[in-house]
Design a binder for this molecule. Structure first.
Ligand code: HPA
Ligand code: ZN
Length: 326
C-alpha cells in the first residue's frame, strides 16, 4: 500500500548531505555555460542517463567530474542556496552540510573560495529558508593522510565557519585509522568529529571510527548489523548513525529498499537518522527518503517521529537551538 505524502512534511534535521551531491543537472549546465566549460553530455537527460551506478566508486567518478563546473564563490553560494530551498520544502529545519575541499583545491579552486561561497548562502539560510546550518569539512579518504593535514592547515583562516570534520570518498582500503593524526589536530582546534564508516567498508572500520578517531556520529554505519558486539556498543553509547536509504539502494549497499535493515536497527535500539546523502544523484531529498522508507518498510507514525526526534538530538545544536529548530 502506498500512502500520499502529508501536506506538511515532518520537521527534521539533515545530518548527512554532501553539498556537491546537490548539484542538479539544470544547475550543472547553467554553471558550465557561465564558466565556459563543455560537459561531455549533450543535455540534462543524457546526463541523467549516466546516473546508473554499480557501486560507490562508479558514483564518485561522476560526482567528481561534474564538480568541474563549480569555480567561483557565486557558484558555491548558488549551489547551497538551491539546496536550502529544496530542503526547506521537505521539512528540513536544520542542516549540517558536508563539503569536500580537496575535490576543489585539486582543480585550482582555493579552499577560501569554497567556504566563503557556501557561508554566504548559509548566512542567509535562517531568514530565506528558516533553516539553521553547520558546515562539516570532509577529508577524502582515498587521498593521503598528509594531504588531509595540509587541507586542514589551508582551511585554518576559515575554521570559524566550520563546526566539524568528516571523512568520505572511496571507503574500502582506506580505514579510519589512516587519519588518526588529522583528527587529533582537528580536535585540538575545537572541531567536532564525524566519519563515514560501514557504508561499503567492514564493521572494523566503524570500530576504528569510534575508538581511533573518537567520532560523535557515524555516517552510514550500515554494516554494523553484521557485528552484534558493535551494535551493543553503538546502542550503549547512543551513537547516532546517519543512514541514507535511497543512496544505499542506488549504490547497491542493499539489494532493495524493502530489504533495508532500518526497522531492525530501530528495534535493536540504535539511534538511527534518515538523510539524503547526494540527493541530486540518488533520487530524493530528505522527506523523499522518509516517505520512501515509510512506504517500503511500512514504518508507522511512531517510528517516523523517532527518526525525526533522533535527527535533532544527534545534531550539533545546543538545547536552546534544538528547541527552536523543532
Ligand atoms: N560515500 C562516500 N563518499 C561520498 C559519498 C558517499 O555516499 N557521497 C559523496 N562522497
Ligand atoms: Zn555520504
Amino acid at each position: 500500500m502506498s500512502h500520499s505524502s502529508p501536506a506538511r512534511p515532518l520537521p527534521k534535521a539533515e545530518l548527512h548531505l554532501h553539498i556537491e551531491g546537490t548539484l542538479e543537472p539544470a544547475l550543472a549546465f547553467a554553471l558550465a555555460e557561465r564558466n565556459g566549460i563543455t560537459l561531455p553530455y549533450a543535455d540534462e537527460d543524457a546526463l541523467r542517463r549516466a546516473y546508473d551506478f554499480e557501486d560507490l566508486q562508479s558514483f564518485l567518478d561522476l560526482y567528481y567530474a561534474l564538480m568541474a563546473v563549480l569555480r567561483t564563490e557565486d557558484d558555491f553560494a548558488e549551489l547551497a542556496d538551491a539546496y536550502l530551498a529544496r530542503a526547506a520544502a521537505q521539512g528540513v529545519r536544520h542542516a549540517e552540510i558536508f563539503f569536500d575541499p580537496q575535490a576543489h583545491t585539486a582543480r585550482g579552486v582555493p579552499v577560501g573560495t569554497v567556504i566563503e561561497g557556501l557561508a554566504r548562502a548559509l548566512d542567509e539560510a535562517e531568514e530565506r529558508h528558516g533553516i539553521s546550518t553547520r558546515l562539516i569539512l570532509c577529508f577524502l579518504r582515498d587521498e593521503s593522510a598528509e594531504s588531509a593535514l595540509a587541507t586542514l592547515e589551508a582551511a585554518r583562516p576559515y575554521l570559524h565557519r566550520v563546526t566539524a570534520v568528516g571523512l568520505d570518498s572511496a571507503e574500502v582500503g582506506h580505514p579510519p585509522s589512516k587519519f588518526r593524526e588529522v583528527y587529533e589536530k582537528a580536535h585540538e582546534l575545537g572541531l567536532r568529529k564525524v566519519a563515514h564508516a560501514g557504508e561499503e567498508g567492514p564493521p572494523s572500520y566503524v570500530w576504528e571510527a569510534l575508538d581511533v578517531l573518537g567520532v560523535e556520529r557515524v555516517d552510514h554505519g550500515l554494516r554494523c548489523v553484521e557485528d552484534p558486539e558493535l551494535v551493543d556498543r553503538l546502542v550503549r553509547d547512543r551513537m547516532p548513525l546517519t543512514l541514507c536509504p535511497l543512496s544505499n539502494v542506488r549504490l547497491r549497499a542493499v539489494d532493495t529498499l524493502e530489504k533495508h535493515p532500518l526497522p531492525d536497527m530501530l528495534r535493536r535500539g540504535l539511534m538511527a537518522t534518515v538523510n539524503s546523502d547526494d540527493p541530486a544523484y540518488f533520487g530524493g531529498y530528505a522527506d523523499d527518503n522518509f516517505t520512501a522508507v515509510r512506504d517500503a518498510l511500512r514504518l508507522g507514525e511512531e517510528e517516523l517521529r523517532t527518526l525525526a526526534r533522533n535527527s535533532f538530538l544527534a545534531a550539533f545544536l545546543d538545547d536552546e537551538e534544538e528547541r527552536r529548530a523543532r
